[in-house]
Design a protein around this ligand. Structure first.
Ligand SMILES: NC(=O)c1ccc[n+]([C@@H]2O[C@H](COP(=O)([O-])OP(=O)(O)OC[C@H]3O[C@@H](n4cnc5c(N)ncnc54)[C@H](OP(=O)(O)O)[C@@H]3O)[C@@H](O)[C@H]2O)c1
Length: 243
């Protein structure tokens, strides 16, 4: 897909990987609809981007909000060529004594939110022979202690996305899973357990982490392939990261 003039919806574009991806797509010539809850951040992004940006109030835990975002994108631009399902949260912690409302929030955001977005976007992507890019994680490939619920959401979405691939690939819709390792973003800043926060910081300080632009470049690479090439999986770790 040549990204020039293509219409892409990026969820979770108010910071980190989503923001960098929206900017990279705009630089590559795409028209980008960006969704998240922090409208002020999206407005700044729209000012920075070289191309047309449509900002959308979006809470992916609310199915109606996702349907509205997809409808607004198609209403404004007339079509949808790609969905970048990126919105996510990581509330790390041990299973014993966990605040299970944090599990629910992760399932609602990372798993159900992505599933709802695919559900809403798919009719338009079938029409355009478009692409779904799903941001999963190394945690969707290898689970580790203190990451059980987060891993469950990322393993889960990888399964959902592989089913999607088998359902739509022969109809021309491409499906890509991107699995980053440690990227320097706001993600770990939302962890509520101080010990887990400290662990994340120690890790961040001890390795050369990835930057959001590194993942944005991978998304652009996958989307830029000719229509007969489907890059299905991109696992990208910092060189210094073991697991
Ligand atoms: N950073 C890493 O090391 C890493 C590694 C592997 C995978 N990932 C994945 O990469 C994705 C992006 O994370 P990031 O690292 O860039 O973190 P981030 O900077 O915290 O960005 C997360 C984005 O998700 C949005 N979001 C969260 N809840 C949302 C909701 N209910 N509705 C709509 N948007 C919501 C946030 O926007 P608002 O708060 O404004 O709504 C924000 O734009 C996530 O899926 C994460 O699991 C990250």
């Amino acid at each position: 897909m040549n990204l020039e003039g293509k219409i892409v919806l990026v969820t979770g574009a108010s910071s980190g990987i989503g923001q960098a991806t929206a900017l990279a797509l705009s630089q590559a010539g795409a028209k980008v609809a960006v969704g998240a809850r922090r409208a002020d951040r999206l407005k700044l992004l729209a000012e920075d981007a070289p191309g047309e940006i449509l900002t959308l109030d979006l809470d992916v835990t609310d199915q109606q909000s996702i349907q509205n975002a997809v409808a607004a994108t198609v209403g404004h631009f007339g079509r949808l060529d790609a969905l970048v399902n990126n919105a996510g949260i990581m509330l790390s912690g041990m299973i014993l004594g966990a605040d299970t409302t944090e599990w629910s929030r992760m399932v609602d955001t990372n798993l159900l939110g992505s599933m709802y977005a695919v559900h809403a976007a798919l009719p338009h992507l079938l029409e355009s022979k478009g692409t779904v890019v799903q941001v999963s994680s190394t945690s969707g490939r290898i689970a580790s202690a203190a990451g059980a619920a987060y891993s469950a959401t990322k393993f889960g979405i990888t399964g959902f996305i592989e089913s999607l691939r088998q359902e739509v690939t022969t109809q021309g819709v491409r499906v890509v899973v991107v699995e980053p390792g440690f990227v320097s973003t706001e993600l770990a800043g939302h962890i509520t357990d101080p010990a887990m926060q400290a662990m994340a910081k120690t890790m961040a300080d001890s390795i050369r982490t990835l930057q959001p632009d590194d993942i944005a470049a991978a998304v652009v690479y996958a989307l830029n392939q000719p229509d007969h090439v489907s890059v299905n999986e991109l696992l990208i770790r910092p060189t210094d990261q073991l697991q």
